[in-house]
Design a protein around this ligand. Structure first.
Ligand code: HEM
Length: 161
């Protein structure tokens, strides 16, 4: 049985394994694409959630973008911090607030390995919205790079496994 720390109550709606039902990517500089994703927010009873996202190609099934990290909440507040490491050599610290079934985050720090491919990511903005009616989770991810202003990169709908 999963234990929940009282501090994670405001973000408890994210806990579980999520499977994409529709995942599309786009950006002004690339061709639109689709993918499959499995994402998990796990509670081990600490005042934070463990995060993992694995995406793969919709046809060839090979792994694509991978993320892992932690989602923390300042206990007793709606302030949230999301620290994520990305398999292409990026680390992001994103902060924001949770209001009901809605979490919005914006990057405050982005780190990049010395031999990462250009363009550099300069900003990330994400939203997570859960609809209790159809039990679907929706996310959007926007990013800016050294070449391109803030623009949508990902739109995903998930169902809970
Ligand atoms: C392209 C960043 C998530 C798939 C890109 C580019 C960047 C980037 C900087 C190059 C854009 C350009 O050339 O102007 C990010 C960041 C992500 C993210 C910061 C998360 C916050 C994902 C995810 C997928 C994905 C989850 C799912 C498979 C792709 C693909 C391309 C791309 C297919 C185009 C081909 C390529 O350049 O490799 N992304 N990405 N990205 N991204 Fe993402």
């Amino acid at each position: 049985p999963v234990q929940f720390h009282p501090a994670v109550e405001p973000i408890r709606w994210l806990v579980g394994k999520w499977k994409s039902t529709k995942a599309v990517g786009d950006f002004p500089t690339i061709k639109p694409f689709t993918y499959n994703e499995e994402m998990e927010f796990e509670s081990l009873g600490q005042p934070l959630l463990n995060y993992q996202s694995k995406t793969c190609h919709p046809v060839a099934n090979n792994p694509m973008h991978l993320e892992s990290g932690f989602l923390r909440i300042n206990p007793g507040t709606s302030n949230v911090a999301f620290m994520v490491s990305h398999n292409f050599g990026l680390v992001s610290l994103e902060e924001g607030t949770v209001v009901d079934n809605n979490l919005n985050l914006k990057s405050t720090h982005i780190g990049r390995m010395s031999f990462a491919k250009d363009p550099a990511v300069t900003e990330i903005a994400r939203s997570f919205v859960y609809s209790p009616n159809d039990k679907k989770l929706h996310i959007t991810v926007l990013m800016a790079t050294s070449n391109t202003e803030l623009h949508q990169h990902l739109v995903v709908e998930y169902e809970k496994l």
